[in-house]
Design a protein around this ligand. Structure first.
Ligand code: NAD
Length: 481
């Protein structure tokens, strides 16, 4: 376990390339044990002002660099992350709770993402080129980007904002969640000399810090990932200075399982799509609609598989699912389970307490058997290891119910019938519709939500362009004046 005083001394914010501490600290808790594992600064408004000033000062030189230079530095950040996977993954598991193998994947995947993003460049279009006039469309950086990350995938979701923002020529102020700030600060230390000082400033703070960022007149854009409720506040606050916003928000993804699937193959895939990271994934499968004809067999296989899964402290090698990340989320998940009990819903599994004596925020894998559509477990995003299975008799009915949500992040269809799969996928009201898998993402694939799951996209060229303004240059040639 990490000693408090060591963390308190070593993990400062990084502002203009220098460590910065604050009078007050945020205590970071290991959710598997509920013990304090470290402290990070509770940044002040003055710290934010300094970070924004440093970012503004660094902006002209950074944007003026040839893009090849920025690409080189972004690839180097990826290399630093890849060279430090073990240390960073250990810290991530300690503060987030996820199994060590998942933490390694998150850190290593983020390193590879930086290397992939470093290969992108900004499009440039000549719209008109005549004897009279030349019209060009180009993309220019916005200025200072404020990046705000959540606690479920603290590294990839923060850093996949940083990479394209920097590539496009912006400078950045990055804020991790107060629940999971340590690994982000450690990365900021490791990469501090890869970039010119002030180009990336990493700050930490409590509940008031995000609103300071969204209201700050020196920040030109907010790229936010978190809940839809907070997303609304971000947009409202950003309106005062007409900041650009990208919002990646909540989801309630439906999986539609047709009767022709191979249960041996599909059941484990759907299990992991629903329960990986203990269900704390925006694009987790959160509702499973199963054809009536195979419903009972599907449910029984899923329950059997779920009972074979080991829930425990993520640092132990045999743990496949870790705890819920924080007390607030733990209470929320328990309240949804309690609501299911009070409504008299059928629990296919989930009654048994989790076999762990660590005192952490553990919740057993819980599957609710065919609850009504209007129950909380179907309507809300539990963001925990609780999943409703729902019967359908007609495909049209399944599609209608899948779409009957204020969310529209992702969705999936499971069948061997390609034509039918493509037809159903096209009818899902969501940003990404997967067929026979879920959650496949790539740095080159735009990712974002429809409806109240968000505004804008991340990744791919479309994601990169969200960190730019279009500028059109119209040149009337002198000879024809
Ligand atoms: P959250 O909204 O509570 O917090 C997210 C971040 O916003 C944190 O850094 C927090 O400190 C900050 N914040 C809090 N209040 C703020 C405010 N008023 N203004 C500005 N910033 C503020 O979300 P969370 O609980 O950390 O994450 C879970 C939620 O995030 C779930 O709903 C999940 O579906 C969603 N999520 C979405 C995606 C996606 O890409 N669409 C990915 C992961 C998580």
């Amino acid at each position: 376990m990490l000693a408090d005083d060591v963390q308190a001394k070593t993990l400062g914010m990084v502002i203009n390339g220098a460590d910065r501490f604050a009078d007050d600290a945020i205590r970071v808790i290991n959710p598997a044990t509920r013990t304090e594992i470290g402290r990070v600064p509770r940044g002040t408004l003055a710290d934010l002002d300094e970070a924004v000033t440093a970012a503004r000062k660094a902006f002209p030189a950074w944007r003026a660099l040839p893009i090849a230079e920025r690409q080189r530095m972004i690839a180097e950040i990826g290399a630093v992350m890849l060279a430090n996977v073990e240390e960073l993954a250990g810290m991530l598991t300690a503060e987030q709770g996820k199994p060590l193998s998942d933490a390694r994947e998150e850190i290593g995947g983020t390193g590879l993402l930086f290397q992939a993003i470093s290969t992108l460049s900004l499009p440039f279009t000549v719209i008109e080129d005549t004897a009279e006039r030349r019209v060009e469309e180009r993309h220019v950086p916005l200025g200072v980007v404020g990046a705000i990350a959540p606690w479920n995938f603290p590294i990839v979701l923060g850093m996949w904002k940083v990479a394209p923002a920097l590539l496009a020529g912006n400078t950045v102020v990055l804020k991790p969640s107060p629940f999971t700030p340590m690994t982000t600060l450690r990365i900021a230390q490791l990469i501090r000399d890869v970039l010119p000082h002030g180009v990336l400033n990493t700050v930490t703070g409590d509940d008031e810090f995000g609103p300071w960022m969204t209201a700050h007149p020196g920040i030109d854009k907010i790229s936010f990932t978190g809940s839809s409720a907070t997303g609304r506040k971000v947009m409202q606050s950003a309106a005062a200075t007409l900041k650009r916003v990208t919002l990646e928000l909540g989801g309630n993804d439906a999986a539609i399982v047709l009767r022709d699937v191979d249960l041996d193959e599909v059941v484990p895939k759907i299990f992991w799509a629903a329960f990986r990271n203990s269900g704390q994934i925006c694009i987790a499968v959160k509702r499973v609609y199963v054809d009536d004809e195979i419903y009972d067999a599907f449910r029984d296989r899923l329950v059997e598989y779920a009972r074979s899964i080991k829930v425990g402290d993520g640092r132990l090698p045999d743990s496949q699912l870790g705890p819920i990340q924080n007390a607030q989320q733990y209470d929320r998940v328990l309240s949804i389970i309690e609501d299911c009990r009070q409504m008299g819903l059928a629990f296919a599994t989930g009654h048994a307490p989790v076999d762990t004596d660590t005192g952490g925020y553990f919740v057993p894998v819980t599957i609710i058997d065919n609850p009504p559509e209007d129950s909380r477990i179907v309507q809300e995003e539990p963001f925990g290891p609780v999943l409703p299975l729902l019967r359908f008799k007609s495909i049209d009915d399944a599609i209608t119910r899948a779409n009957a949500s204020c969310y529209g992040l992702g969705g999936s269809v499971w069948t061997r019938d390609e034509q039918q799969a493509l037809s159903i996928a096209a009818q899902l009201e969501c940003g990404t519709a997967w067929i026979n898998e879920a959650q496949y993402l790539s740095p080159f694939q735009p990712f974002g939500g429809h409806k109240q799951s968000g505004i804008g996209v991340e990744n791919g060229i479309a994601g990169l362009l969200e960190y730019t303004n279009i500028q059109v240059i119209v040149y009337k040639r002198p000879s024809s004046i």
